[in-house]
Design a protein around this ligand. Sequence first.
Ligand code: GRF
Length: 225
Amino acid sequence: MNPPAGYADRVTKTPAFRLGVLGSGKGSNFVAICEAMDAGLLPAEVAVVISDVAEAGILKHATDRGLPARYLAPGKFRTKLDEDAEAAYLTALREARVDLVVLAGFMRILKGEFLRAFEGRVVNIHPSLLPSFPGLAAWKQALDYGVKVTGCTVHYVDQGVDTGPIIGQRAVPVLDGDTAESLHARIQEAERQLYPATIAAIARGRVAVRGRLTTGFGAGQPVDR
Ligand code: GRF
């Protein structure tokens, strides 16, 4: 006897893992995340993209792909969201039923109420091997310091600046003659591999956190099926 119409869909479809992506810039990490999804390497979907910059490239990439994209004004501060803005961001993310908040070049610090609302569910990518060189222009800090290896780090976001538990890292050499631009470009290439792979591991439920320590991803394997 054949099962009733639609039966297979009802029993086999698990709800997708939903990403809320926040970005302020050109959106190259966001594009890499979308491409990994298109290739079937990242079992998730983009529920909403939000930017604090109306003309940010990330919003254009999202609309070009037919994904929900919103500019939400950040309010009166320069480096963080004000109270009203924070509430608007939280409402938008909740309405989109987001499982994981993915910071992809979002230039504002998230604290307090926001992190409590999405506790353990906010990730960020930073362009250095943390805990070295937190903060702005990390590739330039690395170059000026004279290190020979730097890279990128995906970490959970906590109340500090670039201090949360590290999920994955990828190393990049600093070459003789590097400029800030050439080193930054090499790091961003590594980011575009690391971030989708890390999010895929989280979406598959492979990443566990105990205090500062995470397990389940390691040091940046390529995206797997
Ligand atoms: C990335 O280099 C990331 O390390 C930093 O912001 C940059 C965003 O670039 N957090 P893009 O908008 O993804 O191109």
